[in-house]
Design a protein around this ligand. Structure first.
Ligand code: BGC
Length: 728
């Protein structure tokens, strides 16, 4: 073991000296080439289009390429680099493999709803295998931006509202994408993005400015990035946004100070798409050269699509605004990453022949499981679910037969096997003859002419399933919505169907497709059940059928507090109490006059077909020191009639501290699957260090005193069992 370690150390040193020798042979233009990433046009993910890729590769003017994939194309482009460029340095190919490559898993926010860390890792692993085989070296994922604002479209791409969830997601995804060995043919370099605090853009509007407290940055937005660095993430991407006036792409204090110096991150910092160029629009750089200086000084190694380094660094160097040493340091990091990816050994290592069918089948099966686990049963009245076999269904709504919408945002690569629509999934599960389909209206638009036919299809149905929601393109980047309700005239369709169903006495199950919580309180009141399906990916219809028919009991939990009203946004459970916390009988307490304070559904909410009872909370020891650990145990019993999975959350509340602490803070969760009547004791370990917080000076501190520990199925305080631990 020791010997192996020494050998590896030796190998690394040899590789390093080879890279340094290579650096010594490079011209300035070739060095800057290694810091330049250009896009091909196989996918479009930004506003600027690059041209002349092949010539630039031959001349060494670019060192990495984005938006090019596919074994043959990558091979051809790589050949130009390693056969026709002077120094034969291999290219690095990057692509947004966000929730799958060809096979699509649920969009990240949906997958987060599964609260299954092993699943998060497994889907990243499968996505990496599929993408790496087609020449991709690096994925611009995981996206770790905590979002407490469903208006922001990129909410769909990340961990939801909670920093602890962000940390667990970061670790699982980095492990999954990168595997044990970055040089593996099936590994991708991961990029933790967008560093940092992109989520709280002003009023949820994409690309807007961010101005939040340093405490919130440290407590909420940085931890997931620290976890990614701790997991040896290969690269980090700064956000487009500015933080209190300093664009993240030029944020020396955050990139050099926090990321590199404090966390010791030695990987690559890759800019976002044209973000260095956009420093001009931010109003902090006069021209591209100025922008290049700011970004390089801040610690950005790769310029994605701005060509600011290419055209801006040479004059800046001449003027003495940057040094060649700074450029060299960035080039070394890029070359080291290429070395870690094994590209110098074999630049074609990630271009593999077609996969065996068994691998595809395994991946599709995982996509189906992931999709089923990500569905959140928000409401359920009158035991309408699971659907009985041979029931006559009316399947209504614009998302019922919308296979390609199931892919969600960031589905860049086509797949010859179309995703499964809800219609196809239910027809397959229940028999084609039992499902009568009528779209009613479009996802958007004002055409109401199909509503009559939709109402007609309700006649004779035993259950009505309404498929409503957003188009896939309505979440993700550049997809903020001021009013995240149902678009178009879907509400009109739904209300007409609900009214007709009430007359007929037919139950209505609504399935909501969206990249965010949708504000539809009227639907929650009127439908017999509402299932949040998000965008479930390739196996959408099968997974939805699995859950509707009870093959799989629903187990997803909302990773965001679900607002009742847009006016409640930003909404999150971990708020501080304030001096006048809400009290029903006191007017002068924190409240709205027109809507309740609480969420429509709290963080962690999600129903199932079984019933779980939690009891006997035990916390040992009752006293603990910073270096010790607490064991929290709770009994969970399935009192229902089917096997199901329960998620148990552990929260803490430090009621008296030198700084006001949130009313609840997530400290961990566990899942348990239980057969009817079965009981298990769930253990939630809690290192006491996790009860530290940032003091008034923003330094971590462990403060003696009492901390309340609360355990239960969601952040709804009324459902939490609690105990007190004494920190000494
Ligand atoms: C997005 C990034 C993405 C990049 C490359 C940008 O517009 O903000 O998340 O990785 O494009 O496609």
């Amino acid at each position: 073991m020791m010997l192996d370690f020494q050998l590896r150390g030796q190998e690394a040193r040899q590789a390093m000296s080879a890279i340094e020798a290579l650096l010594g042979r490079m011209t300035l233009a070739e060095k800057i080439g290694q810091l330049t990433m250009s896009a091909a046009d196989q996918a479009v993910t930004g506003p600027v289009v690059a041209r002349g890729l092949a010539q630039d590769v031959r001349s060494g003017a670019i060192g990495s390429v984005l938006n090019l994939y596919g074994t043959e194309r990558v091979r051809a482009m790589q050949r130009l680099a390693v056969e026709e460029s002077r120094l034969r340095i291999p290219l690095l190919f990057g692509l947004d493999v966000i929730h799958g490559y060809r096979t699509l898993f649920p969009v990240p926010l949906a997958e987060v709803a599964a609260f299954d860390v092993e699943l998060w890792e497994a889907t990243a692993r499968e996505a990496a295998c599929e993408a790496a085989r087609e020449g991709v070296d690096m994925t611009f994922a995981p996206m770790l931006d905590v979002s407490r604002d469903p208006r922001w479209g990129r909410t769909a791409e990340g961990p939801g509202e909670d920093p602890a969830v962000g940390c667990a997601l970061a670790r699982a995804k980095v492990r999954g994408f990168q595997s044990q060995d970055l040089a593996s043919r099936e590994a991708l370099a991961a990029v933790a993005k967008h560093f940092c605090a992109y989520g709280p853009v002003q009023a949820g509007r994409e690309y807007a400015s961010v101005d939040i407290s340093e405490r919130t940055v440290c407590e909420v937005h940085l931890p997931a990035f620290a976890a990614a660095v701790d997991s040896d993430v290969a690269a980090v991407m700064p956000a487009f946004t500015d933080l209190a006036g300093v664009p993240m792409t030029a944020h020396r204090q955050m990139l050099r100070g926090w990321l590199r110096e404090r966390l010791g991150f030695s990987g690559v910092v890759v800019s976002d798409y044209n973000a260095i160029g956009e420093l001009i629009a931010h109003g902090v750089a006069r021209d591209r050269s100025d922008a290049a200086v700011l970004a390089l000084e801040a610690g950005v190694d790769i310029d994605m699509m701005a060509e600011a380094y290419r055209y801006g660094l040479p004059p800046a160097l001449e003027r003495g605004q940057v040094s060649e040493r700074q450029i060299d340091a960035a080039v070394l990091r890029v070359l080291t990453l290429k070395e870690r990816l094994g590209l110098f050994d074999d630049p074609f290592r990630r271009c593999q022949p077609q996969e065996p069918a068994a691998a595809l089948a395994r991946r599709r099966a995982l996509a189906r499981r992931a999709a089923a686990q990500s569905l959140v049963l928000l409401t359920h009245r009158g035991a309408v679910l699971p659907l009985q076999q041979a029931r006559r269904l009316a399947l209504i709504g614009p998302l019922a037969d919308a296979a390609s919408e199931m892919r969600g945002c960031w589905a860049l690569v086509p797949d010859e096997r179309a995703p499964v629509s809800v219609l196809a999934g239910l027809q397959h599960a229940l028999g084609a003859a039992t499902v009568k389909h009528a779209p009613g209206v479009g996802i958007t638009g004002a055409d109401r002419s199909g509503i009559a036919a939709a109402l007609q299809s309700c006649e004779g149905a035993q259950v009505i399933v309404l498929c409503l929601g957003e188009a896939a393109a309505m979440s993700g980047e550049a997809a903020s919505r001021a009013d995240p309700q149902l678009p178009g005239c879907q509400r009109e369709l739904a209300e007409a169907v609900l009214a007709r169903a009430a007359e007929l006495g037919t139950p209505v199950v609504a399935i909501l497709f969206s990249g965010r919580p949708l504000v539809v309180p009227w639907l929650f009141e009127q439908a017999d059940a509402v299932l949040a399906a998000w965008f479930p990916g390739s196996e959408a219809g099968c997974a939805i059928a699995d859950v509707l028919t009870g093959q799989v009991a629903p187990s997803g939990r909302t990773p965001m507090s679900w607002p009742r009203s847009v006016g409640q946004i930003p909404i999150f459970y971990a708020e501080r109490p304030g001096g006048r916390p809400y009290a029903a009988n006191n007017h002068y307490t924190s409240r709205y006059l027109d809507v309740p304070n609480d969420a429509q559904f709290p963080f962690g909410h999600g129903l199932t077909y079984a019933g779980f009872e939690l009891s006997n909370l035990q916390v040992t020891p009752e006293q603990c020191r910073e270096s010790s650990s607490i064991e929290v145990r709770i009994d969970v019993r399935n009192s229902g009639s089917c096997t199901a999975r329960e998620t148990v959350f552990l929260f803490a509340h430090d009621r008296l501290a030198s700084v006001a602490r949130p009313v609840l803070e997530l400290k961990g969760w566990r899942q348990v699957e239980l057969a009817p009547g079965a009981q298990a004791t769930v253990l939630l370990p809690l290192p006491c260090r996790d009860l530290r917080f940032l003091g008034p000076d923003l330094q971590w501190r462990y403060e003696p005193g009492e901390v309340e520990l609360l355990v239960g199925p969601s952040a709804d305080r009324a459902r939490l069992l609690s105990s007190v631990v004494h920190l000494i």
